[in-house]
Every structure is written in structure tokens, then in C-alpha cells.
Ligand binder design. Structure first.
Ligand SMILES: C[S@@+](CC[C@H](N)C(=O)[O-])C[C@H]1O[C@@H](n2cnc3c(N)ncnc32)[C@H](O)[C@@H]1O
Length: 254
């Protein structure tokens, strides 16, 4: 088990005060809950995230990056953003952009789609991308999430974007459960792919009094073999979502 402490560079009081302007720190008044739908329905502010997506070779959409960023800005600054599945760093950088919240990415470059050569290239690319942006509030751990233990930190915004199966989606959510703050926002990407949403349903069924779905969008695209490369390219450039996503609200009961 690898213990991870990312609070080495704790925020100073001044930063905390500044960040507090964006959040009430109260579960009932979390501004994300009341503002996210505007963000979903408008493309305002997405250009920056579209540019980062291109620069980093990210896999998620510009809208998804923008909404994650909004959730992190609304988060109680005592908590952290954590993601499983960082790939080349796009979603991690989106989370950390223009704020001082601590953001942690976890990836072991183990996707079943990766050849050893691809894993090597993705690893090099994430380090290059994180180095290029140099955000002081970003930490990255190369490890299987199952071997990572957070030491004292509570997750206020959690993104699950690792292996796309029902079982692994559920396992990631359950790994996160013990670290979630009393109130947290949980994102799951690619819910339309390979039974991922089944994992979300299994997790909601296990914690019915704690988890509520705020939003979901399914996007079903044809498989690669059914369409030509131009069409696939256009679909991958979809600004809303490539394979769907959902947003869950977590309120700890015990
Ligand atoms: C779809 S990609 C993430 C995309 C990224 N969030 C983005 O938007 O650009 C999935 C990543 O999950 C990682 N992954 C799969 N299983 C994992 C595990 N057990 N622990 C950590 N990372 C894992 C893979 O190595 C892969 O890089």
C-alpha cells in the first residue's frame, strides 16, 4: 500500500480566505449543485478547455473539463480533487486551472488498450504536460489506485475515468467511498461505454441513502469498424461528450 500525503504544501490562510469567496463550505448551499446545469447547457468558457484538450491530447470533452473545473472551484478548500485515470493529464489540469485547490491524479498506465510502447508514450506525455503547465496545486501518483491510501485528505470532487468495465467502475467508486468528504461531487466519465454505467448503478444501489444522481448524458456512437476515420474524428471532437458522463452527489450518512 502506498500512502499519499498531498498536503505538504498546505494553503496559507490568505489563499483559503480568497477561495472561501467561491464556496459556502456548507453541504446545503454548495453552489455547484445549483449552478452546474447552466454550465452544462452553455458553451461559454469552453474555449480554454478545448485548447488544453488539444495541447495535452486529452480524451474527455471540453465541456466535461469546464464542469469539473467549476466543481473544484465550488469545493470546500479543505478538501481535495482526486481522479483515477489521468492518462496524459487533461482532466487533472482542467481541475486545477485558475484555483488553489489541491488536485491529485492517479494512473498506472495499465489500460488493457495499451501496448508497452503506448504506456511508455503516455507516461512521458503526462509528465511533459504537467511540467509544461507547472500548476503548484497538482500532484500525480503513478500507481494502481487499489494500492493508494490517502493519508488524512478528504475528497470533495472525485472523478472515475479508469478501466471501462462495470466491475472496475464500481471498484473505483468503492475505493473512493472511504475518502469522500461529508459532502462530495462525483463524476464518472464514459458511462455509455462497456457497461460502465452498470457500475454506477451498482454503487448507487449499495449506498442508496448517500448517493443521488444529479445529471447524466448518454452518448452512443457507432463502433470504430462501422464508420470511416473522418466520421470518427468528428465524433471524437464532440464538444459535449464522447461517451457520456454522469454527476453524482454524495452526502455521508455514517
Ligand atoms: C480513459 S483514460 C483517462 C482519460 C483522462 N481522464 C482524460 O480525460 O484525458 C483511462 C486511464 O485509466 C488508467 N487506469 C486503468 N486502470 C487503472 C488502475 N487500476 N489504476 C490507475 N489507473 C488506471 C489507464 O492507464 C488510462 O490511462
Amino acid at each position: 500500500m502506498r500512502a499519499v500525503v498531498i498536503r505538504g504544501h498546505r494553503m496559507n490562510a490568505q489563499m483559503l480566505e480568497k477561495d472561501m469567496d467561491l464556496t459556502t463550505g456548507s453541504a446545503n448551499k454548495n453552489p455547484f449543485k445549483y449552478g452546474y446545469f447552466n454550465s452544462v447547457c452553455s458553451d461559454q468558457g469552453e474555449a480554454e478547455f478545448a485548447a488544453i484538450r488539444v495541447m495535452t491530447c486529452g480524451l474527455s470533452s471540453q465541456k466535461f473539463g469546464k464542469i469539473i473545473n467549476y466543481a473544484v472551484k465550488c469545493m470546500d478548500p479543505r478538501n481535495i480533487y482526486c481522479e483515477i485515470g489521468t492518462f496524459t493529464g487533461y482532466t487533472l489540469l482542467c481541475a486545477a486551472l485558475h484555483n488553489s485547490r489541491q488536485c491529485l491524479g492517479i494512473d498506472n498506465f495499465s489500460s488493457t488498450f495499451y501496448s508497452p510502447e503506448t504506456a511508455k508514450n503516455v507516461r512521458a506525455r503526462v509528465h511533459a504536460n504537467l511540467g509544461h503547465f507547472s500548476f503548484p496545486n497538482v500532484s500525480f501518483v503513478e500507481e494502481d489506485y487499489k494500492k493508494v491510501a490517502l493519508d488524512g485528505d478528504r475528497i470533495g470532487v472525485f472523478l472515475v475515468d479508469a478501466e471501462h468495465t462495470r466491475e472496475e467502475c464500481f471498484n473505483c467508486l468503492e475505493w473512493g467511498h472511504r475518502y469522500l468528504a461529508p459532502y462530495a461531487i462525483v463524476f464518472v466519465d464514459d458511462i455509455s461505454a462497456c457497461g460502465v454505467y452498470g457500475g454506477v448503478e451498482d454503487w448507487m444501489a449499495l449506498h442508496p441513502s448517500e448517493v443521488r444522481e444529479l445529471f447524466k448524458v448518454h452518448v452512443h456512437y457507432p463502433q470504430t469498424g462501422d464508420i470511416d476515420d473522418d466520421e470518427l474524428g468528428r465524433q471524437r471532437a464532440n464538444p459535449v461528450s464522447y461517451n457520456g458522463f454522469c454527476i453524482l452527489e454524495f452526502t455521508r450518512k455514517k
